[in-house]
Write a protein of this length. Structure first.
Length: 419
């Protein structure tokens, strides 16, 4: 790669890392670890399928922003105001439950790392205050720099733990262990929840477009379509690989051992770090605890930023005259405050049922995924995107397969749960 190509790619680099940081939190550290712990490697196929069939719809967020110079939320308005209203309702519902789920888990790992388990709910208040303070003071530039540091820490430490696990091998199973039936109702509902956030919720594809535009604004450099997609693909591949690492760690440490992970966020975090440490060695405690918190903190701050940006932009498009924007800083800060307060109230009410909260948030995400997938596909194959920037034939084929995949599981969930 020539020097100027490297320089241009570094100017482009950022949104893909933010995406990876968003994805690697709850879906990997919590859900993938639970998948390995409860089912061994039986759910690997579902995880690979979710990563594969969701890929086009996340990629389209970055593609649409590069091709049109506007966010995919603006594209939703072009579909029709009904779609923008629907996205607005989805955003309001999901932003509180998703942020609450991410915040509850992150608070648990924060308490574990710094030995402040006695803080309880106050640790969540401190966490949210730090995230909101960072974003209010630095917005994208500080977030971009911080996530690159956090991303490096979590990547190195997770791969390190994974390699050590491979060398040590799985923990012995208890006598007469009977593998769970993945086809019963409870298992299938967990699988749907697992895929709901694997690698993350499809409606968060709008964040890719917002981050892509913000990176262009920050650097003053308009990347080529190839450069934008290279940045996204780097983040997506890292996320997909790490999901398999966490399944392996869960399977090696817990599967068949008779040990179950606790339900509350603080106890869950302590148990996960303790398991990793006991499995690898006491010397690894600080590495594991730091890596776990880094993963979740990166996710938490990216979730706050992504929801605040999408909420702000949707309000502008719905309630303001065309071409008139809100006072960006005030609207963004207000959005952060609304998200923080709403998510905190949900944690306060449901915080002792962390796994239930996570499953609820991920299931909601999975049920709305087919509609977002269809609309994203329609936008990048429509008149707004030039032919040269539209998806290739194989990507279109994968998109149709993904729509069938997401719709099929959503209908199956409705059948099992309500019929």
């Amino acid at each position: 790669m020539k020097q100027n190509q490297i320089t241009n790619f570094l100017k482009t680099l950022g949104p893909g890392i933010l995406f990876a940081s968003t994805a690697i939190g709850v879906s990997h550290l919590v859900q993938s670890t639970r998948a390995g712990a409860n089912f061994g490697f039986a759910l690997v196929g579902y995880i690979i399928a979710a990563n594969l069939f969701k890929y086009p719809f996340f990629e389209y967020g970055s593609r649409y922003a590069n091709a049109t110079g506007e966010s995919i939320i603006d594209g939703y308005k072009r579909i029709g105001k009904w779609m923008l209203w629907l996205y607005f309702i989805i955003t309001i519902i999901s932003m509180l439950f998703v942020t609450a789920a991410v915040g509850a888990v992150t608070s648990g790992f924060l308490q574990n790392l710094f030995g402040i388990t006695s803080w309880g709910i106050y640790a969540t208040v401190a966490l949210f205050a730090v995230c909101i303070g960072i974003l209010m003071s630095g917005r994208y530039s500080l977030l971009d720099s911080l996530i690159k540091v956090i991303g490096t820490v979590l990547l190195v430490s997770t791969i390190f733990a994974f390699v050590l696990a491979l060398f040590k091998g799985p923990n012995p199973q208890i006598p007469d262990f009977v593998p769970p039936n993945i086809w019963d109702e409870g298992s299938m509902l967990f699988i749907i929840a697992l895929m709901g956030w694997m690698p993350t919720a499809v409606d968060l594809s709008a964040w890719n477009s917002l981050w892509t535009l913000e990176r262009i604004k920050q650097t003053g450099y308009k990347p080529s379509m190839k450069e934008t997609l290279a940045d996204f693909n780097l983040g997506y591949i890292v996320s997909a690989v790490l999901s398999l690492c966490f399944v392996t760690l869960g399977a090696y440490m817990l599967y068949g051992t008779g040990t179950e992970l606790p339900n509350s966020s603080g106890a869950f975090a302590h148990a996960v770090v303790g398991l990793y440490t006991n499995y690898i060695g006491d010397w690894s405690y600080l590495i594991i605890a730091t890596a776990a918190f880094s993963i979740m903190f990166g996710t938490c701050i990216a979730v706050f930023d992504g929801f605040a940006r999408s909420f702000e932009r949707t309000i502008e498009l719905l309630f303001l005259p065309e071409e008139q924007n809100l006072s960006t800083k005030k609207a963004y800060n207000l959005s952060l405050a609304v998200i923080g307060i709403g998510a905190f109230l949900i944690i306060f009410l449901l915080g002792k049922h962390m796994k239930t909260l996570v499953d609820l948030a991920t299931t909601i995400s999975f049920l709305i995924a087919p509609l977002i997938a269809i609309v994203n596909f329609r936008l990048v194959t429509g008149n707004q995107v030039q032919k040269k920037d539209q998806p290739t034939t194989w990507l279109k084929a994968l998109s149709w397969s993904g729509i069938v995949f997401l719709s099929g599981f959503a209908l199956y969930f409705i059948y099992v749960k309500f019929i």
